[in-house]
Write a protein of this length. Structure first.
Length: 99
């Protein structure tokens, strides 16, 4: 989306939305409990600090696949519609790259 001119506002954190959905998928489909992963304190540029999970590198390919084939087509539109409707103009081109 950024290649097309969209800039994600600093207050948006779609990684939380994707992380929750991916964690549920890991539990339901793979029998992996993400709550057992180590955590660390993640500091955002605006100073917020949150507990974040350290996912094993072995899951990176599955996360990318899940993001592109599940989160984007099923959740991105609703996420951006409520968080930043201006992003909706950029989604069709992003989604068309998946096909």
């Amino acid at each position: 989306m950024e290649e097309e001119g969209y800039t994600l506002p600093e207050h948006l954190v779609p990684d939380i939305s994707t992380g929750r959905m991916f964690s549920k998928w890991l539990r339901d489909e793979k029998g992996i409990e993400p709550k057992n992963f180590p955590t660390y304190k993640h500091r955002y540029l605006d100073g917020r600090i949150v507990d974040a999970r350290l996912y094993p590198n072995e899951l990176l390919a599955e996360f990318r696949e899940h993001f592109h084939n599940t989160w984007l087509p099923k959740r991105a539109r609703d996420y951006f519609a409520t968080k930043d409707p201006s992003a909706l103009d950029y989604l069709p081109k992003l989604l068309s790259h998946r096909e």
